[in-house]
Design a protein around this ligand. Structure first.
Ligand SMILES: [Ca+2]
Length: 114
């Protein structure tokens, strides 16, 4: 799947500007995890296969890439800047994300830098 989703309208105030964010529930609710740069394995943050909604609040203009496997493996979900997915289940991605990267950091996948 590429592109995706809908511009968000709602209050995303708990998602830090510059970050990629994920919530355990639909509609940007529930437990939130966020990252700037890259995360090879969300399990380390207690967030593996848990996200039900996501948002790219980055300010660099970079896409966010989420993967179904750790270390940027498996299927890929791409989010442009200022885009989110309110219900990942709509795309078959509910509770399926295991790693995440801003596009400029994809080259660091699987290294100590992520
Ligand atoms: Ca969930």
């Amino acid at each position: 799947m590429t592109g995706a989703a809908e511009p968000a309208w709602a209050a995303l105030g708990d998602c830090q500007v510059t970050a990629g964010c994920m919530w355990f529930d639909n509609s940007y609710k529930g437990t939130r995890k966020q990252f700037v740069g890259c995360i090879d394995d969300f399990a380390i943050y207690g967030a593996d296969n848990a996200a039900s909604s996501v948002y790219n609040r980055g300010t660099s203009g970079q896409n966010v890439y989420f993967y179904s496997g750790k270390n940027a493996t498996g299927s890929r979900l791409i989010l442009q800047k200022n885009y989110g997915v309110r219900m990942l289940s709509d795309y078959g991605w509910d509770n399926a994300i295991s790693s995440g990267y801003f596009s400029g950091r994809l080259k660091d996948a699987g290294t100590i830098w992520c």
